[in-house]
Design a binder for this molecule. Structure first.
Ligand SMILES: NC(=O)c1ccc[n+]([C@@H]2O[C@H](COP(=O)([O-])OP(=O)(O)OC[C@H]3O[C@@H](n4cnc5c(N)ncnc54)[C@H](OP(=O)(O)O)[C@@H]3O)[C@@H](O)[C@H]2O)c1
Length: 334
């Protein structure tokens, strides 16, 4: 079986501050037939994630930086077109880290076969049953350690991770305070059971969260950093747990942001603040899939996705993450 021409999104220049459309370009490559042990895949869905911004800086991190002139990478779900491996056959659905392109040839052992009968749309493996879902599940349950009756505060509440955190916290019997950047997002959060949904772009954030959590917060799940983190420190109860998942408000800073002005509360309130990277919790995946599938089947967990179409709109989808252009998981359909 012959290969095909694959269009791909490349990093044209390293963004300075807020990324711009001109930092990306679309090119194409000819894909050959798969050799022995290789698989030719046509991508169907690709994941668009805030952490990719970190890979656009040329600096050491937990994942290597993207290279200028080379295609971006990210989670993707695709369909096998041709296979030189006994483990895959045409039509199989696979998960890879070779998104941001229409197709690829890769060693079979770098691909994960997806179940054909999972009972959810296949793109859910990039969202609620994938990396963002595990981030929410592991960060909240392992680091946040919520107990029934606790008050959980989650920033970025209407995003891929935050919306799952909020709903798992409800399942665990907590009162949930979540922030999001529009009234529409807040209305959606209320519709999935969030007790207090706050539009952080309106009014005084500290006073709004204080009013929603007058006795203080037991768990803070941080997706945003900046002012949200200061508010959480201010309102934390003694021995509160902070799951530091992300700080999207700071990803495009040209200079390092000053630390929270009230970090001193960590001492007096005996706070536990722990950052994490989802891959550290890969071992939880079987339990995660079991629990999440049960909650989805039981109607306790809902999800939203925002879908852009085609590689030409992929960079735009990425830029929208920084202006609140997505509710739930941001995806590109190919
Ligand atoms: N530690 C890990 O392993 C791990 C894994 C996955 C994700 N993360 C992190 O988790 C966070 C959420 O990721 P996600 O995939 O679920 O993204 P997401 O929340 O679906 O998308 C990003 C959202 O962030 C909000 N936002 C953007 N700029 C903001 C700002 N300056 N202040 C406040 N909110 C802002 C926007 O929503 P609004 O309309 O509400 O502003 C936007 O829709 C990110 O920080 C990401 O880097 C960490």
């Amino acid at each position: 079986m012959a290969g095909f021409t694959s269009r791909e999104v490349r990093l044209k220049s390293r963004p300075v501050g807020m990324p711009q459309a001109g930092d990306f370009e679309v090119g194409s490559v000819e894909l050959a037939s798969p050799g022995e042990g290789q698989v030719l895949v046509r991508n169907r869905w690709m994941s668009v994630d805030p952490y990719m911004r970190g890979r656009m800086y040329d600096r050491p991190s937990y994942v290597p930086p993207f290279q200028v002139g080379k295609p971006l990478e990210g989670g993707a779900v695709g369909e096998v077109v041709a296979s030189g491996s006994p483990d895959f056959k045409p039509g199989d659905l696979v998960m890879s880290m070779l998104g941001w392109r229409e197709g690829f040839v890769a060693p079979a052992n770098t691909l994960e076969k997806l179940p054909a009968d999972a009972g959810v749309p296949v793109e859910a493996f990039l969202g609620i049953l994938g990396m963002p879902g595990l981030t929410a599940y592991a960060g909240l349950l392992e680091i946040g350690q919520p107990k029934e009756g606790d008050t959980v505060f989650v920033s970025g509440g209407a995003g891929a991770v935050g919306s799952i955190v909020a709903q798992i916290a409800k399942i665990k019997g907590c009162t949930v305070v979540a922030t999001a950047g529009s009234d529409e997002k807040c209305a959606w959060l209320k519709s999935v059971g969030v007790d207090h949904a706050i539009n952080y772009k309106k009014g005084n954030l500290l006073e709004a969260v204080r009013a929603a959590a007058p006795k203080g917060i037991d768990v803070y799940f941080d997706n945003v950093g900046g002012e949200h983190l200061e508010v959480a420190l201010e309102l934390a109860k003694p021995f509160a747990r902070f799951a530091e998942c992300g700080m999207i408000a700071q990803y495009n800073n040209e200079e390092p942001a000053p630390g929270p002005r009230n970090l001193i509360y960590v001492v007096g309130k005996s706070l536990k603040i722990q950052g994490f990277i989802v891959t550290q919790f890969a071992g939880l995946r079987p339990q995660f899939i079991k629990d999440m599938s049960g909650w989805i089947a039981g109607g306790k967990l809902k999800w939203e996705q925002t879908v852009e179409t085609g590689v030409d709109n992929a960079a735009g989808a990425f830029l929208k993450l920084f202006s609140g252009g997505n509710t739930g998981k941001m995806l590109v359909k190919l």
